[in-house]
Design a protein around this ligand. Structure first.
Ligand SMILES: [Zn+2]
Length: 171
């Protein structure tokens, strides 16, 4: 899962003037506004879609991150959605890119907000089809039985939240 911090432009994307902060009329929060053209630069969280691939024997696939942040830690495949695809399609695409694996029959595990990162992570589980191998941004892939998930080496809070819910739901 690629993650980059929220970046704030200090200049108006429309007219190039320097932005300032103010509470717009009818609003309740301080925003970045352009006093020159009046444009309000809302800063919204970005959706990330991920999939927990589940094998027939109940093991799940995790990938080990080859990139910062959290290089070397384990996470299920996921990443930023592209415009024009559904969250399910994004989760399946990221699984193909990162683990060279197809997943089917996706069902929602949960939605997790990482407020500090400015992302909303939408996590599915899906039936894994075939074998996996390390793809983009991954050092290796491995299958873990539910009792052998490497809780101390997971990448993000949202990784742990989703996996704990998945394990609990599985019973
Ligand atoms: Zn402007």
């Amino acid at each position: 899962m690629s993650q980059h911090p929220h970046t704030f432009s200090r200049y108006c994307m429309h007219c190039g003037q320097r932005l300032t902060t103010a509470i717009p009329e009818g609003d309740s929060k301080r925003r970045m506004v352009c006093l020159d053209c009046g444009f309000i630069h809302y800063i919204n969280p970005r959706p990330v879609a991920g999939a927990i691939p589940v094998r027939e024997d109940g093991a799940i696939l995790l990938v080990r991150r080859a990139i910062e942040p959290r290089m070397g830690t384990w996470v299920f495949p996921g990443g930023y959605m592209d415009v024009g695809e559904t969250a399910e399609e994004a989760a399946a695409r990221e699984t193909r890119e990162e683990a060279l694996l197809d997943v089917q029959d996706l069902s929602l595990v949960g939605v997790y907000t990482r407020t500090e990162a400015g992302v909303v992570v939408i996590v599915y589980e899906g039936r894994a089809l075939g074998e996996a191998a390390a793809g983009e941004e991954c050092l290796e892939v491995a299958w873990f039985a539910p009792g052998a998930i490497p809780w101390e080496e997971l990448a993000f809070d949202s990784t742990e939240w989703a996996l704990r819910e998945w394990v609990a739901r599985r019973g």
